[in-house]
Design a protein around this ligand. Structure first.
Ligand code: SF4
Length: 388
């Protein structure tokens, strides 16, 4: 497949709200099970170690009308809980044998309760992650959470999950994370060769494909896109941040790019990039996953910063590392974590003279003209006035 065909395949996977790829994977061998997970982060290694397929559930996007889901939440909050319920209530998630709801925010926690009531035949877990980073406190708690998940999933498949199983899965995900890092590094280097509208789809395919297959797909895309030379433009290099949960519509990403921005860093689908380096496979696997989470993981609005001075430092490092000329805060409407954190991050950027702009979206935002105008004005202002 060439780059265009790879992207077309990823787009098909992205648009398929019936999760045909997951159905096919399950049908390929008897007894296979799949477990869904909501943003931001769960240790997919444990699901994989159970022989199951972890499936990223990122709402219904802009293709699905939400009818029943609106009856369960206030209509003014973010859309992802309502469209996820719609997916469940219309039977589209029947292919899943369970769902994990990480402690991203109150909305997702409440969704886990609704899921327990509505889908009594499914495994449902509210998966808590630590907000204390001492190995002896947050670490012990987190290992306990992972152990509980390991036992639950072992019971579901009728076979305990051994340390060796988890280590093998960690190795698989180390390779996948490495490939994702390669993809992001390539885009930061040559954003005209790997537009974010394509990178997004390639990454998103990892929500429904087994990690081994996704790793191969990423590397194929990198090889193929390098072969096809595309024009380099004098665009502004920007970071998109705040989109870690409900995803912007693909049209919004395209609009930002068409407005003259190269997106060189983002926080889409952080589960695939949460752990920043390889997790060792030589020692106790749960301890190593815990250490990676506590000491070597990405920063985001749902994660506690121990010291006030730490706020915004991760974003600032991303700006420097990627040679970004500005930051676009793009968060879902009524996303408490992202919108509460935004002013603090803006303060840090202002202090370091990093240009920034901000807007909100919903996964089904249809009107792209205002966003395109805003992003275009931002790119122009960077090019006209930010150059030293
Ligand atoms: S979009 Fe924001 S508020 Fe809504 S579920 Fe996600 S993190 Fe929570």
């Amino acid at each position: 497949m060439n780059a265009k065909e790879i992207v077309a395949r990823c787009e098909h996977l992205f648009e398929d709200l019936d999760f045909g790829a997951v159905k096919d994977w399950k049908a390929a061998a008897p007894g296979r099970k799949a477990i869904g997970y909501m943003p931001i982060y769960v240790p997919r290694e444990i699901v994989h170690a159970a022989g199951m397929l972890p499936v990223g559930i990122f709402g219904g996007g802009d293709q699905m009308e939400v009818i029943q889901g609106d009856a369960y939440y206030q209509s003014y909050i973010c859309r992802i809980p309502r469209s996820t319920l719609e997916l469940g209530l219309t039977g589209r998630l029947n292919v899943l044998d369970g769902m994990l709801f990480p402690s991203t925010c109150d909305v997702i926690r409440n969704l886990s309760g609704m899921w327990q009531i509505l889908f009594k035949d499914k495994y449902v877990k509210y998966f808590d992650v630590p907000q204390d980073y001492a190995d002896s406190i947050g670490g012990s708690f987190y290992i306990h959470e992972m152990q509980a998940l390991r036992e639950d999933l072992g019971n579901l498949v009728g076979k305990p999950i051994s340390d060796q199983d988890v280590k093998q899965s960690i190795a698989v995900y180390n390779d996948n994370r490495k490939a994702v890092r390669e993809l992001y590094a390539y885009r930061a280097l040559k954003p005209w060769q790997a537009p974010t509208s394509e990178v997004y789809l390639v990454l998103r395919a990892g929500c429904v494909l087994p990690p081994e297959e996704h790793t191969v797909l990423i590397r194929q895309y990198l090889n193929e896109t390098e072969k096809q030379k595309r024009p380099q433009r004098d665009n502004a290099r920007v970071i998109l941040t705040g989109s870690f949960c409900e995803q912007p519509p693909l049209g919004l990403i395209k609009s930002i790019e068409m407005a003259g921005c190269y997106i060189v860093e983002d926080d889409f689908m952080l589960a695939m990039r949460w752990l920043l380096d390889d997790v060792p496979v030589t020692a106790d696997p749960l301890q190593e996953l815990s250490k990676a989470f506590l000491h070597r993981s990405a920063s985001t609005a749902s994660k506690y910063d121990v010291k006030k001075e730490d706020k915004g430092q991760f974003l600032l490092q991303q700006v420097k590392r990627n040679g970004a000329e500005g930051v676009i805060f793009a968060a879902p409407s009524f996303c408490d974590p992202a919108l509460l954190e935004r002013p603090m991050l803006q303060d840090v950027l202002a202090k370091h003279k990093v240009p920034h702009t901000a807007f909100k979206y919903a996964e089904n935002t249809g009107q792209m003209a205002p966003i395109r105008e805003q992003a275009g004005t931002f790119a122009d202002s960077i090019k006209l006035w930010s150059a030293a």
